[in-house]
Design a protein around this ligand. Structure first.
Ligand code: GRF
Length: 259
């Protein structure tokens, strides 16, 4: 099986990057990290990439000041050198524009520390506790220009315990993040999950139960492809029927002619 080529984009400590590095180090894991790019020179994850022998680069967003398009062009050009199949945002603290996402269409995913669509944005754990949520968790989702809005690929949950602080809840969720991100990459690498036109498609519903997926932003089974196959079959049946009818007509005419 082909090994999926990943670029991982980070802004900070890079513990999710580490989870992906560890998963990719397993002999059967069908993905490899070909580049790590940070938008901050002091991102701790850069050292993790270097330790793993992965090319690590900085495209410093502060250098571009307000020039978002310029930053994204530089970031995109850097990624483009590595012929990547998938771009994993892992604590990457920038919102990417439609232009950037169109350049890497259906290739950008993110991990977010809440059960989306609940608690988009920052301070998710404090907000989960304040809201009295009994369950918290993380979501791996497609990146769209609207923050934390894209279709969900996979979620993992943890209980919110009495006496939880944002910190204690964050630690429990982070453990699940470290399992969720490699699992999502595996699903994509094995084509159990397909990203198409900014939607998540579950390619094989028998092996990949919908129960993993929440109701909002749910993935879509490939009804379009099924419909297309049905149309082709109906056309084939019609053509065969007409062809059969025409053949019989010709034979009858020939028989009459000969008689
Ligand atoms: C994680 O909680 C991730 O869900 C969020 O930012 C944090 C990054 O942590 N988007 P790390 O840099 O991967 O340790």
């Amino acid at each position: 099986m082909r090994s999926l080529r990943l670029a991982v984009l980070i802004s900070g400590r890079g513990s999710n990057l580490q989870a992906l590095i560890d998963a990719c180090a397993k002999p059967d894991f069908p993905a490899q990290i070909v580049a790590v790019i940070a938008n901050k020179p002091d991102a701790g994850g850069l050292a993790r990439a270097a330790d793993a022998g992965i090319p690590a680069m900085i495209v410093d967003s502060s250098f571009f000041k307000g020039d978002k398009a310029g930053f994204e062009r530089a970031l995109g050009d850097t990624i483009a050198q590595f012929d990547v199949d998938l771009i994993c945002l892992a604590g990457f603290m920038r919102i990417l524009s439609a232009d950037f996402l169109n350049r890497f269409k259906d290739k950008v995913i993110n991990i977010h520390p809440s059960l989306l669509p609940k608690h988009k944005g920052l301070d998710t754990h404090a907000r989960a506790i304040e809201a009295g949520d009994k369950v918290a968790g993380c979501s791996v989702h497609i990146v769209t220009p609207e923050m934390d809005e894209g279709d969900i690929i996979l979620q993992k949950t943890v209980p919110v315990l009495a006496g939880d602080t944002p910190q204690s809840l964050a630690e429990r969720v982070l453990e699940q993040e470290h399992a969720a991100y490699p699992e999502a990459v595996l699903q994509i690498a094995t084509n159990h999950v397909i990203l198409r036109d900014a939607r998540v498609i579950i390619a094989n519903s028998k092996e990949d139960p919908m129960s993993q997926h929440p109701t909002p932003n749910t993935p879509h089974h490939d009804h379009e492809a099924v419909g297309h196959a049905n149309n082709m079959w109906n056309t084939f049946v019609k053509i065969s029927t007409y062809a059969g009818g025409a053949t019989i007509l010709v034979l009858v005419l020939l028989a009459l002619f000969v008689a």
